[in-house]
Design a protein around this ligand. Structure first.
Ligand code: ADP
Ligand code: MG
Length: 452
């Protein structure tokens, strides 16, 4: 006998890691397994509305079925969804919702090349923080002259790096469908490489990656600490570069801010043009929202858009997520949205401007991950610069972001004296005042702390 609750929890926990928190909450709140019948072969999932029934069937059915089969040794043959509406819903006489329109708010479909066609240059709103990156990407997409090779794009989470990288690939393929374009991310590249080693297909792997006209690799920071993958990437890089083929790389930080990158790789990455994307200003955020509304064929009042734009400031993905929720709500309940209602909806969905409380311990982990070093080593005795500097950053952030006292900071960071913590705080504070790499790194780390 399979335990209903347990099984559903397992499925949910798998879904949770593969969906954005917003999507997860929207579609899986108030769902459960109501019944497992016919000798454990049919699972009935209870959902609150017809709308979520359609949605789950349409978008998540395969995932749910697979996860269940995996868990229950393929015993489960069928999953069905049944609507158990809260009584009030029926009384309100909700209008049927057009699935088509709602699907537009979903993550867009992906083509065979794993390129998302919606990520193009027209759909990207240029602001002062992204002007240079945009121009460079467009030049790379159009030009075969390799003026900017490699093109290195860096910036915080959700600011459009993937969007621009794919825009390059899409445009190049549009202009020359026969071009050999490979878009991947460092995680996939790593996995593929490991797979090739295990299966002894490394020649095929090399072949594939050395015969490319345009190679785009997203989130290269993922390779930090993975030496063999870096090595292979280094060779791929050299071979393409020598053949005069274009390389585009994105990362959430500068190459030299990834200490676990080998020096020679770092210097390769610095050869071409490096551009950064910083968070859009208020006007640009409003313009982005307008554009997204237009894409989704929906009309929202300007004051609503301005409200969103003033409350969600550092992450375009979140901005879009909040907008999607409003649209879904609007479509579902079919009522006019006024500002008061918007504030209400957003607060129940917890996308309100949030004051997160960060625990000092979490800061240690995030900073260590950011610099690609081991957390224990970071708070240990080492005086090496690549360890000691991140350690000072930790102490600074503990004070600044979680308001910890200096004695507590000293204690958390390898039982040090409070004066060490004070010194570190003052030192980093001074550096942050300057327009330099420390400031940028701290900004990026803060994004990670608050975008968890
Ligand atoms: P990153 O790769 O930097 O984490 P993404 O490229 O995935 O960020 O962007 C997150 C979402 O925000 C995407 O849906 C993207 O289309 C959108 N987005 C980001 N910046 C812009 C922009 N300037 N104009 C339009 N959409 C944007
Ligand atoms: Mg990305």
């Amino acid at each position: 006998m399979i335990n209903k609750k347990e099984l559903w929890n397992i499925v949910l926990s798998e879904l949770e890691v593969s969906l954005s928190p917003a999507n997860f909450k929207t579609w899986f709140a108030n769902t459960s397994i109501s019944e497992i019948k016919d000798n454990d072969s049919i699972v009935v999932i209870s959902v609150p509305t017809n709308f979520s029934k359609n949605w789950l069937e349409e978008k998540y059915h395969k995932f749910i079925l697979d996860a269940m089969q995996k868990e229950a040794d393929n015993k489960i043959k069928k999953v069905i969804y049944s609507v158990n509406p809260p009584l009030a819903d029926n009384k309100q006489g909700l209008r049927a919702v057009s699935m088509d329109k709602i699907l537009k708010t979903a993550e867009p479909k992906i083509d065979q090349n794993k390129l998302n066609k919606k990520y193009n240059f027209d759909s990207f709103v240029v602001g002062s923080g992204s002007e240079l990156a945009y121009a460079a990407c467009l030049a790379v997409a159009k030009d075969n002259g390799k003026k900017y090779n490699p093109l290195f794009i860096y910036g915080g989470v959700g600011l459009g790096k993937t969007h621009l990288a794919q825009a390059i690939a899409n445009k190049r393929l549009e202009e020359n469908p026969n071009a050999s374009v490979v878009y991947t991310n460092a995680e996939k590249f790593t996995n593929e490489f490991i797979h090739a080693i295990t299966n002894k297909t490394i020649d095929g792997f090399k072949e594939k990656y050395r015969k490319i006209n345009l190679f785009l690799i997203d989130d290269v920071e993922f390779m930090a600490g993975k030496e063999r993958t870096q090595e292979e990437f280094f060779h791929t890089f050299n071979s393409l570069y020598e053949d005069d083929q274009q390389i585009v790389i994105t990362s959430d930080r500068l190459p030299k801010a990834i200490p676990a990158f080998k020096d020679r790789l770092t210097s390769r990455l610095e050869w071409g043009l490096i551009v950064d994307i910083s968070p859009p200003d208020f006007e640009t955020r409003v313009a982005i929202l307008r554009k997204k509304c237009k894409e989704k064929e929906i009309n929202l009042n300007d004051n609503i858009l301005r409200y969103l734009a003033s409350n969600i400031q550092d992450n375009v993905r979140e901005l879009e997520g909040a907008l999607n929720k409003l649209i879904v709500y609007f479509e579902f309940h079919h009522m006019e949205l006024d500002l008061e209602r918007v504030k209400n909806i957003l607060s129940t969905l917890k996308v309100e401007p949030k004051k997160v409380f960060v625990k000092p311990r979490e800061i240690i982990k995030i900073v260590a991950d950011f610099y690609g070093i081991d957390a224990e080593e970071m708070i240990g005795p080492s005086r090496k610069k690549e360890i000691a500097f991140p350690r000072q950053v930790v102490m600074y952030l503990m004070r600044k972001e979680s308001g910890a006292s200096f004695p507590l900071i000293g204690k958390e960071v390898g039982k040090r004296d409070h004066t060490t913590a004070m010194y570190a705080f003052e030192k980093i504070k001074k550096e942050v005042k300057k327009e330099g790499s420390t400031r940028k790194e701290i900004e990026l780390i803060k994004q990670r702390i608050y975008n968890k």
